[in-house]
Design a protein around this ligand. Sequence first.
Ligand code: PEP
Length: 262
Amino acid sequence: MINFLPSMRKKIVAGNWKMNLTREAGTILISEVVNMVHDEVNSHVQVVLCMPFPYLGFAKKLFQSRANIAMGAQNCHEKPLGAYTGEVSAPILRSFDVDYVIIGHSERRQYFKESDEQLSEKVQQVLANHMTPIFCCGESLDMRQNGDYIGFVKQQLTKVLFHLSAEDFSKVVIAYEPIWAIGTGITASAEQAQEMHAALRGHIAAHYGATIANRITLLYGGSCNAKNASELFACPDVDGGLIGGASLKSREFVNVCKSLPV
Ligand code: PEP
């Protein structure tokens, strides 16, 4: 029996704004979050703001060099450059000082038909450009009710991530986001989140060994908000959250950040 140690892991709360907020509202939100994080959030919590591409050109200046606030994008293309009109590559993101990139969000898989092979290339691009991928995985409601949902999510990791070297894999952040909980107001219970997170950590240990499994940050995402975050974040294998709707209001989002024990 392996004993996993939460204290060894980086704690992260990442907000995913999705395709919301125009310039003025987004700028106000950033400024409010930056000030509140500075005043109220433990400096060991890494806060990440994943915003639409146009913000990435100016958002960092608003962070006031706060070490525990990082800038994230929500996607990148799997190729480093070329004739892909409308797309944004990992080298472009890095040149704008992006720190984190969400890869494989279920909305990208569903609406843009992103395949495991593409996601695998995207993860490699993000790593090759010295940014941190936040790799999303999670099962549908049908899979949860009728299938081997744990086996399914383990396979998502195997297919997209397990070809990475141990060194590269150690740099990845994983977000478990059950699709039935995203944007639905239905959240996984703490027991459901812990069950999956523990299973994924065990799966990682079986492939990469316990030391690496111990160090990987596993986030929970899916209707996580200031009311339910404390219970979810108290689970031993939950190291923070990927937050959608609740990241669009500064008070709510910062309260989520404050719910993370460090
Ligand atoms: C998400 O889209 O990553 C997410 C977790 O959304 P929400 O919190 O709104 O369910």
